[in-house]
Ligand binder design. Structure first.
Ligand code: UDP
Length: 374
């Protein structure tokens, strides 16, 4: 039986491990942390029994029916619509920017057509081809909405001027001229009843899979395997020989309260002088459960240090230059595939991670078949 090593027990590693195990491979999965599911890890709080998203809010959403059906095998998904609010100058607004946001912010009573014309009249039409986050925002919503909802939040989140960030980050958020306040536009949306860690445990449940937690995989161990799928940071695999890729990390300040703290799962804060970016109230991610107490996480973003957990790849030009050098090194490696958010240094949602993991496993299996190694 061919032996496969998988480094990282997040969605990437778990899905690849399962696909290969189902095809008769003997798979060992390593993770340096003592739990599976990576940054999607969820856990019931010991004091309140509330399911907490330990590394920040995760709402599953996808247009890919195959991926949606794939995850349903491992837990029941409850319908969940993320209706994010944003506080700016002490007032609360609806996100993503929609007709309610526009009407409350400008104290108007616009219908969709009027709102569209109004936003077009305040947008910066001199910008034809937005080159960065700020230009993209000014082009599509104008200065006032940009400053209220995007500028301060983005400076806190990325520690950079929005002029230095790619327009693609803002393209994640829609702007709507109706009252639809669903943060995502995806066809399928939900949250697993028993949390993401339960799902990843289920994915890894197979007699051909061994999971070793709390273990730092070293490059030298690769010789024990016919192939390694690596979902750790690509720069760490190469001993940071071309320098460290930039990441943002998050700190969460946890508080217990009684009752309902903020009446919603996620509230963002647009003002720069409020040091946290958002507050998540975890029991609202499981509205089908009843809890008298509540847990909130105030979320603070900062540059990721050597010992911190990496969250968001910054991907500035110098990072991209380094990344290209690491990709060149990766191409020289034999019998190793770099996968996932850290392995490929990209800002990936869960559904994309799963889709790409299924593809990586399929590509490997096809290649083995062609070479008659099965
Ligand atoms: N963003 C913002 N204001 C908000 C929410 C998001 O300016 O209230 C910007 C910010 O730069 C953020 C990006 O939009 O990094 C993507 O937001 P999303 O909510 O998708 O971020 P995630 O939940 O992945 O942290």
């Amino acid at each position: 039986m061919r032996k496969i090593g998988v480094v990282g027990a997040g969605f990437s590693g778990a899905v690849i491990a399962r696909e290969l195990a189902l095809n008769g491979y003997e798979v060992t999965v390593f993770d340096s942390r003592t739990h599976v599911a990576g940054n999607c890890h969820t856990e019931r709080d010991k004091q309140t029994n509330i399911m907490t998203h330990k590394y920040g809010p995760h709402i599953f959403h996808t247009n890919n029916e195959y991926v949606w059906n794939y995850v349903q095998q491992f837990d029941k998904f409850q319908p969940f619509v993320n209706r994010v609010k944003s506080v700016y100058n002490g007032r609360v607004y609806s996100l993503p920017i929609n007709l309610m946001t526009i009407n409350t912010f400008f104290e108007k009573n616009f219908n969709p057509k009027e709102a569209e014309l109004f936003i077009s009249s305040i947008s910066d039409k001199a910008i034809h081809n937005p080159q960065n986050f700020e230009e993209q925002a000014l082009r599509f919503v104008g200065k006032d909405l940009y400053e209220a909802f995007f500028k301060g939040y983005t400076e806190k989140q990325w520690g950079l001027s929005p002029r230095e960030l790619p327009a693609s980050i803002l393209k994640r958020l829609p702007i709507r001229f109706n009252y639809d306040d669903n943060y995502y536009s995806s066809r399928f949306q939900g949250i697993p009843e028993n949390g993401y860690t339960h799902i990843v445990q289920k994915i890894l449940e197979h007699s051909n899979i061994t999971v070793l937690l709390g273990i730092q995989f070293s490059r030298e161990q690769s010789i024990e395997f016919d192939h390694v799928f690596y979902s750790g940071p690509i720069d760490s695999w190469f001993g940071w020989s071309h320098g460290r890729l930039g990441y943002r990390t998050l700190d969460f300040k946890k508080e217990y309260h009684s009752g309902d703290y903020q009446g919603n799962a996620v509230i963002n804060y647009g003002n720069k002088d409020i040091p946290f970016t958002r507050v998540s109230e975890h029991k609202h991610f499981s509205p089908w459960e009843q809890h008298k107490e509540t847990i909130i996480y105030k979320e603070y973003s900062r540059l990721c240090g050597d010992e911190d957990i990496p969250y968001y790849p910054i991907r500035l030009n110098n990072d991209k230059g380094q990344l290209l050098k690491y990709i060149e090194l990766a191409e020289l490696e034999e019998n190793i595939t770099f996968v996932g958010r850290l392995g490929t240094y990209r800002y990936l949602d869960m559904h994309i991670t799963i889709e790409e993991a299924l593809q990586a496993a399929r590509a490997y299996l096809d290649c083995q078949k062609r070479n008659n190694k099965m």
